[in-house]
Ligand binder design. Structure first.
Ligand code: RFL
Ligand code: PHB
Length: 400
């Protein structure tokens, strides 16, 4: 088999890139390790920056998002025993964000792929990548016990943090930056009315977050020790713990219901530089991970593939690699801003097991400062609502 761009991974990054490229007349084959149902079953992100919504809207992929997404002006920060405050992104920077589940985006992207009869190989196992710095890279893999090979002009590594793409780059080429946090988030999806705002809580018992998917489906998280497993958190333990971490006036509105999903995710920051080698380009979680505190991961996947899609379209239109060669530089600028914001919010809102009394006081005064200082709120609002995607998005309109 031969194609122009081989896309590894059918998550949001891979499917959105393949959609953009198809619209630009560039052929892709997507290779995904899991089944379609497995990919659709993963419960993950829920908050979309305005620029993410804009990319999907310009591509004509946002009809359901516009109908069902819940637009927010800002988010609330609460902490034990003190009054809460609201980071008003709409007022400070004229930007809003939208609560709309990643599961829904994944469905929307698969439906769009079905409409164009996209080539997606699910359950593609044991991928190996060769000739990344040659003119024609080769991917070998197995489907149903049968070995297959795919030649291509370029490979887009959109296969998430644990994927094979990043690991296929020769040793010594990539520099990796990593920070592992000493806790995880227990996430629960439950058929119960959510709080009216997205609320981040800093509490002596640990961080908690109230979010939403729709008016009947709430998403909650609590900070848990890394050693905990889901079995340590039966419903009888989870709900009282969640409620204890919110102030009484908000806690009164949390109505426990049997969860439809419960999982634990460790928190990590990770960036690889550069995000390309030869004819391989990394995008989304394959190149970087942020702790979910800033709600940035999915949004970075979208900005990466927007830059990459634009650069590949430019290459096939002009024959010049200039934009492709600059992909990593432009993508990393936005990545590091989001990495920094996620790190800042993680430090601000969690209880760190090793924190000294000094650390604790400094965190409290950081929160006091943020609460009392409109310019600090504005700076956070700008980062939380999302920095613009650099350069023109007009190329997307031509693809809609
Ligand atoms: P994905 O979604 O991990 O998709 C990668 C795909 O590649 C496949 N794959 C392979 N395929 C072939 N061969 C291999 N060897 C392969 N290895 C892997 C995988 O099966 C998968 O289908 O990466 P992508 O597309 O880069 O998308 C990134 C986002 O999924 C991720 O950043 C977000 O979910 C992060 N995130 C959040 N992001 C936000 O923007 N806003 C949020 O509110 C938000 N909340 C979250 C989150 C992530 C969470 N978890 C569980 C990590 C909340 C949580 C709890
Ligand atoms: C979510 O709705 O899943 C969510 C919201 C905000 C975050 C992380 C996750 O910071």
């Amino acid at each position: 088999m031969k194609t122009q761009v081989a896309v590894i991974g059918a998550g949001p990054a891979g499917m959105l890139l393949s959609e953009m490229l198809a619209r630009a007349g560039i052929e892709t084959v997507v290779l995904e390790r899991q089944s379609r149902d497995h990919v659709l079953g993963r419960i993950r992100a829920g908050v979309l920056e305005q620029s993410t919504v804009e990319v999907l809207t310009r591509l004509g992929l946002a009809d359901r998002l516009q109908a069902e997404g819940h637009v927010h002006d800002g988010m609330k920060i609460v902490w034990s025993g003190r009054s809460s405050f609201f980071i008003d992104c709409a007022t400070h920077v004229g930007k809003r964000f939208t609560a709309y589940g990643q599961t829904r985006i994944q469905e929307d992207l698969f439906l769009a792929a079905d409409r164009r009869d996209a080539q997606i190989e699910f359950e593609a196992e044991d991928l190996t990548l060769d000739g990344l710095d040659s003119a024609e890279p080769l991917i070998s893999y197995r489907v149903g016990g049968q070995v297959r090979q795919l030649r291509c002009d370029f490979i887009a590594g959109c296969d998430g943090f644990h994927g094979v793409s990043r690991r296929s780059v020769p040793a010594g080429v990539l520099r990796e930056y990593e920070k592992i946090y000493p806790f995880g988030w227990l996430g629960v999806l439950a058929p119960t009315p959510p709080l009216s705002e997205i609320v981040y809580a800093n509490h002596p018992r640990g961080f908690a977050l109230a979010s939403m998917r729709n008016p009947q489906l709430a998403r909650f998280y609590v900070q848990v020790p890394l050693s905990d497993s889901v079995d340590d958190w039966p419903d009888e333990r989870f709900w009282p713990e969640l409620i204890a971490r919110f102030p009484p006036e908000l806690a009164a509105d949390i109505r426990p219901a049997p969860p439809v999903e419960k999982s634990i995710a460790p928190l990590r920051s990770f960036v690889t530089e550069p995000m390309q080698f030869g004819r391989l380009f990394l995008a989304g979680d394959a190149a970087h991970i942020v702790p979910p505190t800033g709600a940035k991961g999915l949004n970075l996947a979208v900005s990466d593939v927007t830059y990459l899609g634009r650069a590949l379209a430019s290459f096939y239109r002009t024959g010049h690699r200039t934009e492709l060669d600059g992909y990593s530089t432009i993508a990393l600028r936005r990545v590091w801003h989001s990495v920094r914001t996620s790190w800042y919010l993680t430090n601000l809102l969690h209880r760190f097991p090793e924190a000294t009394d000094f650390d604790q006081r400094a965190q409290e005064y950081e929160l006091e400062f943020l609460k009392a200082t409109p310019s600090a709120q504005r700076a956070l609002a700008e980062q939380y609502a999302g920095l613009p995607i650099e350069g023109s998005l007009a190329f997307l309109d031509a693809l809609a």
